[in-house]
Every structure is written in C-alpha cells, then in structure tokens.
Design a binder for this molecule. Structure first.
Ligand SMILES: [Fe+2]
Length: 300
C-alpha cells in the first residue's frame, strides 16, 4: 500500500489550493497559511488546512480576529477538545469556556490570570505525562510583549530520521516515562510529590518512537528531558541514553522559531512536533488562549 505521506515531506516550496496559499516557514516544520478567515471556514477549506497540517506539522494563521467561541469552533473542526487544566485554586481559568486555557504572565487583583509566567519553557510535548496526550494544540495571541516570548518548534519526524542507525534501533526498543511533576517552566506541580526517584515518580510511559496515526510516519517521542526515565534501565544507563537522544534531537536545523504578533493563531501537531518558549520581560504583558484537541495513545 502507498504510504499516505511520501518521503520528502514537507513541501519545500509555497503551494496553493484555490485561494489558500501555504508558505513553508523552514525546511522541516511550519507553514504560514494565507487566504483564510478562521471564523468562516468552509468544509473544502478545512480539508486543505488538515492536509497542510499533516504535511507541515505547524500552521501559522496571521491577522485573525477570534473570540473565545470562534477559537473553540475552529479547534473542534479537528476533533473533541480536552478540558483545560484548572488554576491553582482548582477552578477553570475561564469558567464560561472550560476547554480554553489562558497562558499568561499577567496578574490582576493579586491573581494570575493564566499559567506559565514569563520564564523560559523548555522543549516539550504538551501533556505527554498523561496516558493520552492531546493530538494538537491551538495557541492564539491576544497580547504580546515587544520582544521575547518566541515559540520554537522542532520536527520529531526529522529528529527520528536523523538518528544514527544504531541509536535509532535502540530508541525503537524502549519506552520512556514522561515526568508529570514539573511543568514546562520547571515549576513543581503542587499536587504531586517531587521526583525523588525517576523510576517511581509520577508520569506516563510511551514508546520512544511512535507511529503517527494519520501519516504513518515514525516520530521520536521524547516529551521532556528533566526527570525522564527509560523504563527497565538503571538510572545511570537511562540518563546516558536520554542525553544521547536529546543531543541528537534539539538541533537548530530541524527547528523553526516563531515571533508572535497579535492576531496570530498557531496550530501544532503534538504527535510529531515539540515546542519551547523563550523568556520575556516579566513587566510586559503576554496573553494567549490555548485549546487542545483530544488525542489517542501513542503506539508503535
Ligand atoms: Fe506547551
């Protein structure tokens, strides 16, 4: 049977379907989609976007004007949505929109209006510490700082394809526990015990290489580095293998870094892309709305 996506993807040159133009942002990941209003998407346009998403892993839509309902409706085109994490007090950040998370450093009346502050967020796959991580995330920019806070994305297909053969074989034979105790900015999650021993601390186990359920392509699935654990190995051997895999993965040549503008919506495929965020001035405001589409268990 022909693979759904042939080797050589993503397309390297801009391509077009009708009024929609898709312009690659880098060699391995990311494309800007021009000519669509996400508030008024037809079924035909959605089919083009879905195809482009699978090919380019991350899509950027500029100059959008999305209400909360508009972002939710767009995100639901891709599937049912996960509920957003609760705030520190166990409440949804936006009670009227429980599927929408606020990612922000802004504090109003002594209360953080969202999560993740202003510090660096390390490379990660969203919620891979859960048994069934989301298949995609959509992040919409309402307020952005004058500089900093860029989001980097890297292709986990290219990371896998680029592994030396021997390392590829080793990765294919193992599973990794993805740490649940720290968030992507390194803060301890208060409802969990700190990871005193990575062999027993909280997290979900996934194959280190999985097969993307829609494209059939193999992708390295590392999640996050800190407190990761290759199951069944000694901690020392696990650390050594993880260091080797991460060193081979976090390469500039397979990454793309996005500088945000107000009105940008970025949609990434959480099954084959990792992301990180640069720190920014804590005195500047950054407010983003995030929705996440329900996924399936990573399998190989
Ligand atoms: Fe994230």
């Amino acid at each position: 049977m022909e693979p759904q996506i042939e080797t050589g993807y993503p397309p390297k040159a801009p391509w077009r379907v009708g009024d929609i133009e898709i312009v690659p942002c880098s060699e391995h990941i990311g494309a800007e989609v021009r000519g669509v209003d996400l508030n008024a998407l037809t079924d035909e346009q959605f089919a083009v976007l879905h195809d482009a998403w699978l090919k380019h892993l991350v899509l950027l839509f500029r100059d959008q004007r999305l209400s909360e309902s508009g972002q939710l409706a767009f995100s639901r085109r891709f599937g049912d949505l996960d509920l957003a994490p609760k705030d520190q007090n166990g409440r949804p950040e936006l009670p009227d929109f429980p599927e929408m998370a606020v990612i922000s450093n802004v504090v109003e009346n002594g209360r953080a209006i969202g999560a993740l502050g202003s510090s660096e967020a390390v490379w990660h796959i969203d919620m891979s510490y859960n048994p069934i991580p989301p298949k995609g995330s959509a992040l919409y920019a309402l307020e952005v700082p004058p500089s900093g806070g860029d989001t980097g994305f890297l292709s986990c297909y290219a990371a896998y394809d680029g592994l030396p053969e021997a390392l590829k074989r080793r990765a294919e034979g193992v599973t990794i526990k993805h740490d649940a105790t720290l968030n992507s900015t390194g803060q301890q999650r208060t409802h969990l015990e700190p990871a005193h021993d990575v062999r027993t601390s909280a997290g979900a186990v996934h194959p280190a290489v999985h097969i993307h359920p829609e494209t059939g392509r193999r992708a390295l699935y590392l999640g996050r580095r800190t407190n990761g654990y290759v199951t069944g190995l000694s901690v020392a051997d696990s650390e050594a293998l993880l260091d080797e895999l991460w060193a081979a993965t976090t390469r500039d040549d397979i990454a793309w870094h996005h500088q945000w503008r107000v009105g940008d919506l970025v949609l990434w495929d959480n099954r084959c892309a990792m992301h990180r965020r640069d720190a920014f001035d804590p005195g500047a405001r950054r407010v983003m709305h995030r929705t996440q589409i329900k996924g399936t268990k990573p399998c190989n």
